[in-house]
Write a protein that binds this ligand. Structure first.
Ligand code: PRX
Length: 642
């Protein structure tokens, strides 16, 4: 059995939840009487009309439900305006440029003014409650201002990760039928300028819904505005733009945002989150799992293009009056010490990153860390993929100096906020364990036949009932929502992960059960990459599976069948990798591409990916082979394995 790390006494004394007994007492109430429990918690937010009930199944068969349905609220008000009374001078956002040369601090009063003005800019372009606004921006303060402004006026934001390429951007803007696009002339990556404008213009070709485009000048390209294009700075500083903008009254169940993600279907799925339940859930999980106190400085390294950036860089922390550090760059530029320097210079107390980042910085050893004073740290967070013990210990010993709890947060785009994560003042930590569920989360480990798994037996992790932060549907495709999440175990939410629970009730997440691959913590659907590969003229068929990668955790292994007459070469491999990058984005490039004569299939022609997965993982555990019609493929593929 691995060693356990009990909570530090000093930490526990100041923590919101001080012992595992106290946690169980609150958890029990949250399960036995969720209505009273969540209405009590809802008092932590400012409502326009306080709700009288919490959860309601509107249609249990169709999995339509509501939280706080008769309450009205505004998310931006809760993240900005309500703090003006308490501490308007407090820094809301500390932004650091990609090269660490520039720092900007924005306090809550300034944030309020910027958001109010930009909300008026949006209104002046005809954006109204319920309209969708797409946002494609690097990590600059305007991204947070844009998101909050949408929330202020009731527009639904759809942030697109600024590393995606043209077809993916296009799909997402078109599918959301956005009225307005907010983008920049470009961004800085690894010290280089990346031009966004060409890609954006291509992505908007033939788009019938975008009426205006607002452009932030980040890299100062020499741009001539076209019709219906506007510069952010000119608009926000225009004399006609007032500093006052009322917050729209939103029903708790009005949509707040759409966030597209990858999955088991070829097309991107738009996860839809609504206002009241989501906001309360991220507010509470941020407060309890990070044990956030008002003097803490918080640094999250996630990109706002992903759910972590939405929930734990914007809505969770700002609704808790936090001071959020936002870094424009990457951990390895200008050198591999940028995170340590930021932690030292800004006296960061809570640092939240991904295991892949820890692994990539571990390569440089302890020396770089020794140059910096990281004493301010009190808690370290982890997200996006299982954290392997080696990375856990390195993070704990070297970054946290053996005194900071590691809060391993297991959750998903769909869950809105943390599902299972330590209460750091209360729990014993065990490396690799996400520990116990948040209030209101009833997790179970079920076998495929619905029976309960034994202690320590790996199986499907499911959740019994909806929680406030849960997605409400897949945008414009409720049937897909039912098929993906509610069909395998009927009345239980199927997370798509494999996990086990030990005798203490601590959960260990093993990994995905479906064809989602987690590359450096980024979520990529195998089927999306396969369809990108077969859209290349040289490729007939493709199957993509994960393999273990030292830094990325998982990386992609593509098995392809070339078209008649095509011969593989290094150039062709590179062309295919570039092709995937152009279709989806650089994060989706397969690390390995192996040409095969045939793929393992069933008699109906379905590729049996689990066989390929086993080969890629150097395992002989192929599972049931009775439906395999071409068993010879296993040896053929293994012989030429890369
Ligand atoms: O497989 C789990 C893994 O990431 C999936 C969700 O990915 P995404 O929607 O991109 O959200 C990432 C940020 C929450 C999960 O189904 N995952 C996420 N966090 C962990 C994790 N696996 C193990 N441990 C975690 N802490």
């Amino acid at each position: 059995m691995s060693k356990e790390y009990p909570p530090d006494k000093n930490f526990s004394e100041k923590a919101y939840v001080k012992s595992v007994e106290e946690y169980y007492e609150i958890y029990k109430r949250s399960i036995e009487d969720p209505n009273t429990f969540w209405l009590e918690k809802a008092k932590d937010l400012d409502w326009i009309k306080f709700p009288t009930k919490s959860f309601n199944w509107i249609n249990k068969d169709r999995k339509v439900f509501s939280w706080f349905e008769d309450g009205t609220i505004n998310a931006c008000y809760n993240c900005v305006d309500r703090h003006l009374k308490e501490d308007s001078e407090k820094t809301a956002l500390t932004w650091i440029s990609h090269d660490l040369k520039e720092t900007k601090k924005i306090n809550y009063k300034q944030l309020h003014e910027l958001v109010s003005k930009f909300s008026n800019v949006l209104k002046s372009k005809g954006v109204k409650k319920g309209d969708r606004v797409s946002i494609y921006l690097p990590m600059i303060p305007e991204l947070i201002i844009a998101v909050l402004s949408c929330a202020r006026i009731g527009a639904v934001h759809s942030v697109i990760f600024a590393g995606y390429s043209v077809p993916t951007i296009k799909d997402r803007i078109d599918f959301a039928e956005s009225k307005l696009l907010i983008t920049s002339d470009g961004s800085y990556r690894n010290g280089k300028v990346i031009n966004f404008i060409e890609d954006i213009n291509l992505a908007l070709e033939g788009n019938p819904t975008i009426e205006s485009k607002i452009i932030i000048r980040r890299v100062n390209l020499d741009l001539q505005l076209k019709e219906n294009e506007y510069f952010w700075d000119q608009e926000i500083n225009s004399e006609n733009i007032s500093k006052d903008c009322d917050c729209e009254t939103m029903k708790a169940e009005d949509p707040l945002f759409i966030l597209f993600n990858s999955g088991t279907v070829e097309k991107p799925k738009g996860t839809l989150h609504t206002t009241g339940g989501y906001l309360l859930y991220v507010n509470q999980t941020f407060k309890y799992n990070f044990d956030y106190h008002k003097s803490d400085v918080y640094f999250c390294t996630a990109d706002i293009g992903w759910i972590t950036g939405h929930s734990y860089m914007i809505y969770g922390p700002l609704s808790n009056l936090a001071n959020v550090i936002m870094f424009e760059g990457i951990p390895t530029y200008p050198d591999n010490e940028s995170y340590w320097k930021i932690i030292q210079d800004h006296k960061v107390n809570i640092f939240y990153t991904a295991p892949t980042v820890v692994r990539s910085l571990m390569r440089f050893g302890k020396e770089p860390l020794k140059k910096y004073n990281l004493e301010s740290l009190k808690l370290l967070g982890s997200v996006g993929e299982p954290i392997n013990p080696e990375a856990w210990f390195w993070y704990y010993e070297n970054v946290g100096n053996g005194k900071c709890p590691i809060v391993d947060t297991w959750w998903q785009t769909e869950s809105g906020g943390f599902l299972i994560a330590p209460f750091p003042g209360a729990f014993n930590l065990k490396p690799g364990f996400a520990t116990k569920p948040f209030f209101g989360i009833e997790a179970e480990i079920l076998r495929d036949d619905f029976s309960k798994a034994e202690i320590d037996e790996p199986a499907n992790i499911v959740i019994k009932k909806p929680w406030p932060g849960m997605m409400r549907t897949i945008y414009k495709d409720h049937q897909l929502f039912l098929d993906i999440y509610w069909s395998k175990f009927k009345d239980y939410y199927f997370c798509g992960d494999r996990a086990k629970v030990d005798k203490d009730g601590d959960y260990f997440i093993i990994g995905r059960l479906d064809d989602v691959i987690k590359v450096s913590g980024h979520r990529i659907g195998a089927s999306e990459v396969e369809s990108a590969l077969v859209s290349n003229k040289n490729v007939g068929e493709a199957a993509v599976v994960p393999f273990l990668h030292k830094i990325k955790g998982q990386a992609m292994y593509a098995f392809i069948i070339l078209r008649e007459g095509i011969v593989i070469s290094d150039n062709l491999v590179e062309e295919l990798r570039e092709h995937v990058s152009k279709e989806i984005g650089p994060i989706a490039k397969p690390d390995k591409i192996q040409v095969v004569k045939a793929l393992p299939k069933t008699s109906s022609g379905k590729i049996i990916r689990r066989i390929l997965r086993a080969i890629a993982y150097d395992s002989e555990d192929y599972g049931d082979l009775s439906t395999l019609v071409n068993p010879e493929t296993i040896e053929q593929i293994k012989l030429k394995k890369l």
